[in-house]
Design a protein around this ligand. Sequence first.
Ligand code: HEC
Length: 165
Amino acid sequence: MRFIAGFVTAFIVLAIAGLALVFSGLVNIAAREPHSAPVFVLLQTAMRQSVARQAAKVPAPAPSTDISRGFRLYNETCVYCHGAPGKDPTDIGKGLNPEPPFLPDTIQHWSAAEILWIVKNGVRMTGMPSFADTHSDDDLRAVVAFVQKLPTMTEEQYAAYEKAQ
Ligand code: HEC
C-alpha cells in the first residue's frame, strides 16, 4: 500500500513538474537551437521504429518503372529540402530542424514500403509533409522508384533528367 502511495505521489509530482516546465516557457523551441543529444537520439529512434511498424502493415508497393514521372515529382517537390546529386538543399531545407536528410546518402536504409509510407503520411512535427491528399498512388510509387536510384546517380545523370523535361 505504501509503495503504491509513493508511486502515485511520485507520478503526480512529475506530472506537475512537467506542466510547470511547459507553462514556464523555459523550453526553447527555436529551430536553430539543436536538440540535446539524448532528445535527438530518442526522436530519431521513435521515428524509425514507428515507420518500420506502420509500413509493415501495408503491402510493399508494386515497383514503378515510370522514372521520369518520379524525377518530375522529385525535382518539383522534394529537391528543395532533400537535395540531389550535384544539388545542395535550398535555404529552406538548411533552416529546418530536424534538417532533412540528404537522400542520396540515406535512402538505402529504408525499404520501398517504408519510403512510400513516409511520403504518403509525412512525419509529424518535422518539415516532412504528407503527400497522400495531393498526389496519386502512381505518382508516389514513381517517386519511390526514383529516390531508390539516387545513391548511384551521378550529377550528370541528374542533370540529364532535367534537360529531358
Ligand atoms: C519542406 C521540406 C521537405 C520536403 C518538401 C520533403 N521532405 Fe522528406 N523530410 C523532410 C524532413 C525534415 C525529414 C526528416 C524527418 C525526421 O527526421 O523525422 C524528411 C524525411 C524524409 C525521408 C526519410 C529519410 C531519412 O533518411 O530519414 C524520406 C524517404 C523523405 N523525406 C522523402 C521525401 C520525398 C520523396 C519528398 C518529395 C515527394 C520529400 N521528402 C519532401 C523534409 C521535407
